[in-house]
Design a protein around this ligand. Structure first.
Ligand code: AGP
Length: 608
């Protein structure tokens, strides 16, 4: 979603703002803008890409020592130049990420005082509100503090004022924002990737924090104005990790990074390491003790990881598991049980619905919380008793790939840790699972070698308007993930069904124009699945089957088979999702869609 960059330095900061925005493009946006102070306030906005904004800045030969910049993902008001940030009130400019829930009330009050609104955004209300506070105090920092105290909702903001050219003010509540402490200046941005160009020293702001940035110093206060110190971290994020390198798209790069991402995530058990609750934090044994059930809360792809985990945890650790879509759970009247382990899964750790669902679960008295997350300092990680950080590295493509498989690896460890604590895991079984987990990166590498064949399938697919994905057992969520990937990046309408459900309705959709993709591992449900596939074939549906070696499904007219290298037992879902990721990627390439930044979507969904 929206991205923010703020800079104040001894050098020209315009290139820093633009490069920061380029690094935030992956978050998803539809317009971009910046404002700088150089004697006077200059604002540039574009209802297009950052490249267009950069061209505008070049044409003006823009140069300044202080500025704010923004990529906007539309919430209030259509994507347009008029609604693009920064928004201005008098000589004051504001960029904002988040949603202000009480902006209508604020707007009405400000309009009554004579403020004129030129956009449909909630952000413009923030600009005018701060401006109105400046009538009562001459201090910009104090005016921002007073204004933010009236905001209900989520925000990360950057503020500049013509009358106060030697400092920029930033503040956050609910939306991500961090400071960058540079040699020649001070910076703020929505994530570290935007600031690696100038510094590795970062300070994560907490909810309610406000910071004043000057060229050579910064200070942070709480919402009530009390000064506060926040730790300076040295980011270990490598600049290469956010570069495309030899790849055409981030999604492709991230699909092919999966063996390494899994190896990094599973490093804890490399060599002689066994299964231990300690993988989830020092207090894990204490938190897991007496757990009677598991509740998984997540959205999108992360939700699918939770659905796979349900099969594993129930089968192996023998604990009942409920998996809920976070945006539903947070508003549902559920029956809380304090002996529940609440597991929140999120690649970004900033997903507003997942964070709110977690807070809701805690408010119901469920304090045994675990985050499985890819971003160590994210809001979700800071809210849970325990955490497991997947080591997938930055995921830039909007379509989640390596985050998913590493989430599954984390869940495999959790399943075994809970089983071990409950006396459900024999030493021999533990060893067997450890061997399989250690071999997983190699097994994934072999699946990636199927790419040329999948590419051929994708050619046939790209002309279709609909597709059905089928799976059974723990591979049903994999079918769901395959359908999500296809619709997300190729815009082909896709649905996933538990194959046994086919004849209860969706079979009516099957004809020669409806490709049916079957996830078909060599497990105890294979014979059942084969019957379901016959049902499709009998209706003229064309089948694309991802079968394991030994699945013995013969290729025939209308039945295309791709054999996976090996059957992988419990971890088979990790392998079976890979060809589905590749299929979507190549279908999108044929269709010519914007693979890494699909229309209407954002990487990290920081609003409800
Ligand atoms: C995945 O391809 C999606 N872009 C989306 O469903 C994503 O998984 C979802 O928004 C949750 O994000 P999170 O893992 O960062 O919480």
């Amino acid at each position: 979603m929206c991205g923010i960059v703020t800079a104040i330095a001894t050098n020209n900061i315009v290139p820093v703002l633009l490069e920061g925005l380029r690094k935030l493009e992956y978050r998803g946006y539809d317009s971009a803008g910046l404002a700088v102070l150089s004697g006077e306030l200059t604002r540039l906005r574009s209802a297009g890409r950052v490249a267009e904004l950069a061209a505008l800045a070049d044409a003006r030969q823009l140069s300044a020592n202080i500025g704010i910049a923004h990529t906007r993902w539309a919430t209030h008001g259509v994507p347009s130049e008029r609604n693009a940030h920064p928004h201005i009130s008098g000589g004051l400019a504001v960029v904002h990420n988040g949603i202000i829930e009480n902006f209508e009330a604020i707007k009405t009050g400000l309009q009554a005082r004579g403020y004129v609104f030129t956009s449909e955004t909630d952000t413009e209300a923030i600009a005018h509100l701060i401006h109105s506070k400046l009538q009562g105090t001459p201090d910009l920092f104090e005016a921002v503090r007073l204004a933010t105290n009236e905001l209900v909702g989520a925000y990360a903001i950057g503020v500049l004022a013509e009358a106060d050219p030697f400092r920029a003010i930033v503040a956050r509540r609910g939306s991500p924002l961090l400071l960058g402490v540079g040699e020649d200046g001070m910076y703020a941005a929505s994530d570290t990737a935007a600031l690696l160009q100038v510094t590795r020293k970062v300070v994560y702001l907490e909810d309610g924090d406000l910071a004043e940035l000057r060229r050579d110093s910064y200070r942070i206060v709480l919402a009530d104005g009390t000064p506060v110190e926040r730790e300076v971290h040295l980011s270990s994020l490598s600049a290469d990790a956010v570069e495309l390198g030899k790849f055409r798209h981030y999604m492709q790069k991230e699909i092919f990074e999966q063996p390494q991402a899994l190896a990094n995530t599973l490093e804890l058990i490399a060599g002689g390491g066994g299964i231990s609750p300690q993988h989830f934090g020092a207090r894990a044994a204490e938190v897991f003790e007496g757990v009677r059930r598991v509740l998984v809360l997540a959205c999108g792809t992360s939700y699918h990881a939770g659905l796979v985990a349900r099969y594993w945890i129930e089968a192996i650790a023998k604990l009942p598991v409920t998996v809920e879509i976070a945006s539903e759970y947070r508003y549902r009247e559920s029956v809380p049980d304090p002996d529940t382990l609440v597991v929140v899964i999120s690649q970004s750790g900033e997903t507003a619905d997942t964070l709110a669902a977690l807070k809701h679960a805690k408010s119901l008295g469920m304090e045994r919380t675990l985050a499985i997350c890819n971003v160590p300092e994210s809001a979700i990680v800071r809210e849970t008793a325990l955490r497991f950080i997947t080591r997938a590295g930055p995921e830039i493509g909007v379509a989640s790939t390596k985050a998913f498989t590493t989430q599954l690896a984390a869940f495999a460890l959790l399943t075994l840790a809970l089983a071990k604590l409950n006396g459900r895991l024999s030493a021999a079984d533990e060893e067997r699972h450890l061997v399989a987990l250690r071999h997983l990166p190699v097994a994934v590498q072999k699946v990636l070698e199927l790419e040329p064949e999948i590419e051929k399938w994708a050619q046939r697919f790209a002309s279709k308007e609909h597709a059905l994905f089928l799976g059974r057992g723990s591979h049903w969520p994999i079918a769901m993930e395959g359908a999500l990937k296809l619709k997300e990046i190729s815009y082909i309408h896709a649905e996933a069904y538990a194959a046994g459900e086919l004849k209860h309705g969706p079979l009516a959709l099957v004809d020669k124009d409806m490709p049916v993709i079957a996830v078909s591992p060599h497990d105890q449900l294979l014979e059942k699945l084969k019957s379901n596939l016959q049902e499709v074939r009998a209706r003229g549906g064309e089948l694309y089957v991802f079968a394991d070696a030994g699945s013995e499904i013969p290729e025939s007219e209308g039945v295309h088979i791709l054999h996976m290298p090996e059957h992988y037992g419990m971890l088979s879902p990790v392998l079976h999702v890979i060809p589905l990721q590749l299929l979507s990627y190549h279908a999108a390439l044929v269709k010519g869609t914007d693979v890494d930044k699909p229309r209407n979507l954002a990487k990290s969904v920081t609003v409800e």
